[in-house]
Write a protein that binds this ligand. Structure first.
Ligand SMILES: Cc1ncc(COP(=O)(O)O)c(C=O)c1O
Length: 413
């Protein structure tokens, strides 16, 4: 640590000069698995073969049993899950507001109306009250994203949904292996969707995704929905059953995913250890609070969320984050804006120029509805993110806390 009390943002030495360690997620094991997949008996690589079947089985075992379809992205997984749920077009789907674009775009692409629920106060996740406030007689599904690997409060959401017969999709793209009251996320709702793109807890290579369910009928509809409507799981003689895209994963990706899956428990454990160590090390800070898992949950920390109480500082939260970043710590002021701020949503730019699906006569809600998201709007005033992963350790913890303390000291009220 080469640190002076002069802040790096004012020209002093930063706490840390080296970047955080690289993730180096893929090793020789994955490379060998990829070579094996290519060099099988047919010397070619396909899809739906032994590797994919084994990957799906192994992921189902990881989830404690159930049915798995491997697809080619998390976005595709959500698209397939919603399609397989057979939600009539022009119904409303309540969605977590802060999510990856792929966590919401499948909704309008299926002619469904995305409705943003607010977040909890000072949190990227939505909550039961926020979802309940968005229910209408037009609500047909709920998509809940466990952002940053921190589980959403699922049981009350399931109660709300069950009371109305509405299916719940858990978006677990950022939360492989996270637990809510001991239960793995993705097993609580009707269907769980995962992204396995390169940066996720475990990956199938560049891109990939998973649809998980414990409902066998839904699973067969998922399979048909990800493979051009092939009559998979239907009686002999059935022909192409539904109009659908080809969203299959390849056996190459599955071969990589199988090796990764074996590493996942260790990856999760290391991320949890880092998160706990950072929270402990920051316990005496006055203006900064590391967000761990909500009560009775085990988060898996895709990134860390840190709260700042700007009322204890002479600077804004944004300036605080800028000063911490200048100390060599990979922090960012925000994760992503609520999707209701995106141009495609504001301009209703999904199909053609007439604002479909909102403007379809079958949609009986207000096509121009604007939703208040007070907690979500305020979250960027008090929460920021720290990029971390399973290779971050003691040094990264101590440098991060040193930088946070240095900036807090300098600007304490
Ligand atoms: C919450 C969430 N949903 C959906 C997606 C989309 O996944 P993909 O990038 O694999 O399409 C992501 C990707 O980061 C995500 O974080």
């Amino acid at each position: 640590m080469t640190c002076t009390s002069v802040l790096a943002i004012d020209g002093g030495d930063p706490v840390r000069t080296a970047p955080f360690p690289p993730r180096d997620l893929l090793s020789d094991e994955e490379k060998q698995a990829a070579v094996r997949a290519i060099g099988g008996t047919m010397s070619e690589v396909g899809y739906g073969g032994d590797e994919e079947i084994a990957y799906c089985d192994e992921f189902a075992q990881f989830m404690g049993g159930g049915y798995v379809d491997a697809v080619n992205s998390g976005t595709a997984a959500l698209y397939v899950a919603l399609k397989a749920l057979q939600i009539e077009p022009f119904g409303e789907v309540i969605v977590s507001p802060i999510t990856d674009p792929g966590g919401v775009m499948p909704v309008p692409l299926l002619n469904l109306i995305p409705v943003p629920a607010d977040t909890l106060p000072r949190d990227f996740n939505t909550g039961p009250e926020q979802i309940e406030a968005r229910l209408t007689k037009r609500t047909r599904a709920i998509v809940v994203a466990h952002i940053a690997g921190r589980p959403v409060d699922m049981y009350p959401i399931m109660e709300i949904a069950r009371a109305r017969g509405i299916p719940v999709v858990e978006d677990c793209a950022q939360s492989h292996g996270a637990r809510y009251h001991g239960q793995l996320v993705g097993t609580i709702g009707d269907v769980g969707v995962f992204s396995t793109m390169a940066g996720k807890h475990h990956t199938t290579g560049g891109q990939g995704g998973i649809v998980f369910t414990r409902d066998e009928d839904l699973y067969w509809r998922v399979r048909r929905s990800s493979d051009r409507g092939k009559p998979i799981g239907l009686p002999q003689g059935a022909t192409y059953a539904t109009a659908a895209l080809n969203l299959n994963l390849s056996d190459l990706g599955a071969a990589i995913g199988r090796v990764q899956l074996r590493k996942l428990p260790d990856i999760i454990g290391r991320r949890q250890a880092f998160a706990q160590a950072l929270a402990d090390a920051c316990a005496d800070l006055k203006a900064v609070k590391v967000q761990l898992s909500p009560p009775d949950c085990e988060g898996v920390f895709w990134f860390m969320t840190i709260e700042v109480d700007a009322s204890r500082l002479t600077i804004s939260k944004s300036r605080f984050v800028e000063a911490v970043a200048a100390e060599g710590i990979p922090v960012a002021d925000r994760y992503v804006q609520a999707f209701s701020h995106f141009d495609w949503y504001i301009n209703r730019d999904v199909f053609g120029a007439r604002g479909l699906p909102w403007t379809a006569p079958q949609y009986t809600g207000d096509p121009d509805a604007v939703y208040d998201l007070p907690n979500c709007d305020a979250v960027d005033d008090c929460v920021f993110r720290l990029a971390m992963h399973e290779r971050c350790g003691d040094e990264e913890v101590s440098d991060t806390v040193a930088a946070l303390a240095k900036i807090e000291d300098a600007y304490a009220k």
